[in-house]
Design a protein around this ligand. Structure first.
Ligand code: ATP
Ligand code: MG
Length: 479
């Protein structure tokens, strides 16, 4: 435990014995402690100090602790508050978090718990005042537009490829691990092409069941199948002379692969149920994180279609192979996420960046982006420190690696129940459903298309259930 000289702590609690005990304890640790029993006196005690740690009770005789926080926050001084609550409830927790509470302590107070909260607060001031850390300033974002960051050789080469490819209309296949930026590359090609003002249509081939995908891609005529009550244009028509981006083509059925091959060969297609040929004018960009060559060898992907797709092939290297891009990406995401979350984060410590550079990033840029979003949202003050990242990365890394190592068994479709009849715990059907959906999503790594297939439900239905049961991935994805 560190002993400190003179760091101010202001304790505000109407319980005099708590004030006395904490005062003694923290004075022994070298803090400069003031106590107050009412909000009004607390304000007076805080007036002359800056960079104070405020320990306060949520219920004060003359004010509500949360309102009190709002008031001291408006003073434009540096405070770190630790809230003591006897009755933790969600509403006051949410309000307190919005008003900048750093830590929570529940009554009865455990001295170790409050010590570690105070240590954290101390660290906050140390880093925030730049005493021991070298800080890197977060750059200002000049536009709302998404940027494509990268200065490693591999990314510079990739940017060149994008530049060259964008001028032609040839078909492009983008290959890269999940989260490396495949969609970003596809958009960059489109945005830099002469037809940038024409539509860019992104199609996730794994998200829609096969028959539906066909009619979405090519459209259908009235009466083509039950439910086809009117003529509907498909994406190949709607894209006009723009771009159609076929994501996750490795998931496409053999049947649809054959139809797509015809479109790429003849540049023509027919609507489902239609006879006349329509022109396919758009550029086709496809992407996959799977090894298509291997899929061709095993017969899961048509060889002729593979060659049609990969007229030009762009490989995006995993983030692990271009770690020198991490500092720029991190600063960019901090600026972006802080703007989106209405935060004003000005600095990030140097050791945070060093820490981020030592990670594996199995989920690539998307994982880095998620970790930073999390850190920004959970932070207090205007500086991000290593602590803000390490806890999240630990969780994330574990969840990514477990997924890799987990045997790829189909989850049991049996409802959850104990084999031992005596320990049988009755559960509601909703609970069983929730668990089954969660298990299947985990099994498919949150691949919603596959999840729908396994569960035999549609994607909108799956989405409704995910939000109804508040099912969350162990890491954040948005596919
Ligand atoms: N070089 C980069 N600069 C800035 N942002 C990036 C970069 N690469 C990826 N991103 C961001 O990371 C996220 C993931 O990128 P994207 O969706 O393009 O990946 P993906 O390869 O299509 O992933 P998946 O295989 O999971 O679909 C997006 O929010 C994207 O904007
Ligand atoms: Mg993608």
């Amino acid at each position: 435990m560190t002993v400190l000289n003179g760091q101010p702590i202001v304790i505000i609690d109407d319980d005099k014995s708590i004030c006395r005990t904490l005062k003694l304890h923290f004075e022994r640790r070298g803090f400069d402690v003031t106590t107050a029993h009412r909000a009004e006196d607390g304000l007076k005690a805080l007036d002359p100090v800056d960079s104070a740690i405020v320990i306060l009770d949520v219920r004060l005789p003359d004010a509500n602790g949360v309102e009190f926080l709002k008031e001291i926050r408006s003073k434009d001084k540096n405070y770190y508050s630790i809230m003591i609550t006897a009755f933790p409830d969600m509403e006051s927790t949410v309000k307190a978090a919005q008003n900048g509470v750093g830590e929570y302590i529940h009554k009865p107070i455990d001295i170790n718990e409050i010590d570690s909260a105070v240590d954290k607060a101390r660290e906050f001031f140390v880093t925030n005042n730049g005493e021991t850390q070298s800080l890197i300033e977060v750059p200002k974002l000049n536009s709302q537009k998404d940027l494509f960051i990268g200065k490693s050789h591999r990314m510079k080469d990739l940017f060149k490829q994008v530049g060259m490819v964008s001028l032609s209309k040839s078909t492009v296949l983008i290959n890269g691990e999940s989260g490396t930026g495949k969609e970003l590359v596809a958009r960059a090609i489109h945005d830099n092409s002469p037809n940038a003002s024409s539509p860019f249509i992104s199609v996730n081939c794994s998200a829609i069941v096969d028959t539906l995908l066909e009619s979405e891609l090519f459209g259908h005529v009235k009466g083509a199948f039950t439910g086809a009550i009117k003529h509907k244009e498909g994406w190949f028509s709607l894209a006009r002379d723009g771009t159609i981006f076929l994501d996750e083509i490795g998931e496409m059925s053999i049947n649809l692969q054959a139809k797509l091959l015809r479109v790429l060969q003849e540049r023509e297609f027919a609507m489902v149920g239609g006879k006349s040929k329509l022109k396919a004018d758009c550029r086709v960009i496809s992407a996959t994180n799977r090894n298509l060559e291997q899929m061709v060898r095993t017969g899961a992907f048509r060889e002729d279609l593979y060659y049609r797709f990969k007229v030009i092939k762009i490989d995006i290297p995993p983030l692990y192979d271009r770690k020198e891009d991490i500092p720029d990406l991190a600063l960019y995401f901090v600026a972006k996420k802080s703007q989106e979350a209405n935060r004003n984060i000005k600095y990030i410590t140097n050791d945070s960046i060093n820490f981020l550079m030592t990670q594996n990033w199995k989920g690539n840029v998307r994982q880095l982006e998620n970790v930073i979003t999390h850190a920004v949202i959970m932070s207090h003050g205007d500086c991000l420190t290593k602590d803000h990242f390490s806890s999240v990365v630990d969780q994330e890394t574990t969840s990514y690696s477990t997924q890799e190592e987990e045997p790829r068994e189909q989850p049991s479709l049996e409802p959850t129940r104990s084999r031992d009849a005596n320990s049988y715990r009755p559960v509601s059907l909703n609970e069983v459903e929730k668990e089954q959906i969660f298990k299947t999503l985990t099994y498919t790594k949150w691949h919603k298309g596959k999840t729908c297939e396994i569960l035999g439900i549609t994607r909108p239905r799956l989405n409704r259930k995910i939000s109804r049961y508040s099912i969350k991935p162990t890491h954040f994805t948005d596919n």
